[in-house]
Design a protein around this ligand. Structure first.
Ligand code: NAP
Length: 273
């Protein structure tokens, strides 16, 4: 299924953090359709099993690993579990994320800590455990799912925006430290994607057709993975809705103006950590 004109090697084994729904599930299914064996990590076992069943029904290989990645030792367990069952991980996708939006002066410390832990420290720990093997083998990808809220300074995004901005820097560092070992690291920073994390378009007067789908992000990841070894792309690839009303800054501002605190927003709902 690879592009016949590309000389790229497509990853053989992927670990997808946040694979139980939304963007992570779509990316996992897409790379699995290309022949990549996928370890699916998230807390919700039933949802992971459903994604695994879809992968297998399409002829792919999937290993559900239900765990809270914010727990001590979980990132290492995820990598070890994936590598024992499937072989060396040569694609790490960090899509696990949590969001509690509030301006800094109203942000609760526990929400700040949780967002930094799940959105930033978990990608660091996962990368920490896959990078030595990738360096030995001279090949690997680290794809982190950032956010338009990490790329732009948007009041009210609080610890979420800070964690996603820092995730960009973490990913850039991984890239710079490992590029001569055949490893590429890229942040994909989506705008509004229709997932359970996001606001309903109708609530902001936006058409369903104007927001992105998880498959739009999977398309971007799939394209990225087919770049030839000589080409690195990034460090941040923004994928935004075309309609300005649905684009990150506009949609957030609409949400902030139209919705009382604390659900300021990036067009995302608060999720309970
Ligand atoms: N939707 C948007 O508009 C949008 C825009 C920009 C960026 N993003 C980013 O995209 C990423 C994916 O979000 P999504 O929109 O696809 O929403 P989603 O369907 O809610 O996906 C979030 C994923 O993170 C996992 N997760 C959260 N906390 C976890 C933990 N402690 N341990 C393990 N897994 C955990 C969830 O799995 P479990 O609940 O099963 O643990 C789920 O699979 C997030 O990083 C989000 O910040 C989304």
């Amino acid at each position: 299924m690879n592009d016949p004109l590309s000389t790229a090697t497509y990853p053989a084994v992927a670990l997808v953090a946040g694979a139980s729904s939304g963007i992570g599930a779509a990316v996992a299914e897409r790379v699995a359709a290309r022949g990549t064996a996928v370890a699916l990590v998230g807390r919700r076992a039933a949802e992971l099993d459903e994604v695994a069943a879809r992968v297998r029904a399409a002829g792919g290989v999937a290993l559900p690993l239900a765990m809270d990645l914010a727990e001590p030792g979980a990132a290492e367990r995820a990598v070890t579990g994936a590598e024992r069952a499937l072989g060396p991980v040569d694609l790490l996708v960090c899509s696990a994320g949590t969001v509690r939006l509030a301006p800094i002066h109203e942000s609760e410390e526990r929400h700040w800590q949780r967002q930094l832990q799940v959105n930033l420290t978990v990608p660091f720990l996962l990368a920490r455990h896959v990078l030595p093997g990738m360096r030995e083998r001279g090949y690997g990808w680290v794809v982190t799912i950032g956010s338009g809220a990490g790329a732009e300074v948007i009041p009210g995004t609080g610890g979420y925006g800070v964690s996603k901005h820092a995730l960009n820097r973490l990913t850039e560092l991984i890239h710079e430290e490992n590029r001569d070992h055949g490893i590429r690291a890229v942040t994909i920073a989506p705008g509004w994607v229709a997932t359970r994390l996001a606001a309903r378009p109708a609530d902001l007067g936006v058409s369903d057709d104007d927001v992105l789908t998880p498959d739009d992000i999977a398309d971007t990841v799939d394209w990225l993975l087919q770049r030839p070894a000589r080409a690195s792309v990034g460090p941040v690839i923004r994928v935004e809705p075309t309609a300005s009303r649905a684009a990150t800054r506009h949609a957030m501002t609409d949400h902030i103006n139209g919705t009382p605190a604390p659900t300021l927003a990036h067009p995302v709902r608060e999720t309970t950590p």
